[in-house]
Design a protein around this ligand. Sequence first.
Ligand code: AMP
Length: 393
Amino acid sequence: MKIISINTGSSSLKFSLFEMNDESVIASGLFERIGMEGSCYTIKFKGEKVFQEVELYTHTDAVKILLDRLVDLNIIHSLNEIRGVGHRLVHGGSKYSTSVLITDTVIHDLEEFSDFAPLHNPANVLGIQAFREVLPDVLMVGVFDTAFHQTMKKEAYLYPVPYDWYKKYGVRKYGFHGTSHRYITNCAQKILGRDDFRLISCHIGNGGSICAIRDMKCVDTSMGFTPLAGIMMGTRSGDVDPSIIPYVMEKEGKNASEVLDDLNKKSGLLGLSGCSNDMRDILAQVDVQNEQCILAKDKYVRSVVNYIAQYYVLLGGVDMICFTAGVGENSISVRREICEKLACLGVKIDLDLNHKCGEMVKISTDNSSILVYVIPTDEELMIARDTLQLIGR
Ligand code: AMP
């Protein structure tokens, strides 16, 4: 049975087509610059890569071409083989705590929650509508980034601000990367062979969040009302004192959304280093003693360590720490530095094992008080699994 996982952005559509019998990826790819000049697509399958520039006025154009190409390229024989479409949906507000079959109500709710995720939710709706138009009889499932975090208690998700803001406007912590943290939790369950464990999942990529998990459920997470909160990221500041915003507005003659834009797009690694949001560039500059890059890397490590330490106490000890996403899966030195700073908690890693990248590997030593793993995340597979489960019902 084949399931397609979809991640729609405002001008892009990413897909992975799975054969669910063995959970293998048959094809994957990206449609880019939809509605803009220079639109194009890339489809990868069986070790081949097809790239083409093509006019894509709407997301529906992208979906039509995608499905045509899957058949033309003999990746599938007919569209009937696609039994379900799973959509990555960014914001489900306080309403969605699990994945759901997509109905008119879900689409309406996504529109309703667009205030919370103005860039993502409307794009997600475009993706859903495009597939509805082209594959009207195929069941679709929505997998929310926020859903996994719905198990947080009020004392975790509320901010200490006027309670009315929560009641009237939904001001609270929602958390993101939930699909990735849930995937990591499921892997930890398989590794440990039980459900009753305490886990800190570190999804550290260009965006990043840390999640405290007890008995397979989210207890707290670092991202907040929006993905701007929490650890320092590629271009996002993470937690800062909100008083900075009006102060900089006045100094630079900017409005609130311009300063917020600076915090989202010009801060983090990019802001402190002044040269790049990519950890690879930062580390290359660290090697040649670039002081700004050393500062950016040190601040990054510190911000991750601070959250791990906080969640260690919150959980009353930890059984496993997992690293995932671009930096977590690939950066030997960042992982090493984080773990070295956790030595006071009894964390010890094997420097040779820590050299492995791109595969699931235990990097802690046998006498480490906490298991430390690197686990490549797979949000697309999680979406496909949820889709299969829900359409099967
Ligand atoms: P993601 O958002 O999960 O795709 O992660 C992207 C980020 O991972 C990039 O911006 C890089 O900073 C980082 N990254 C990828 N490969 C490496 C690597 N080999 N060493 C250090 N950082 C890496």
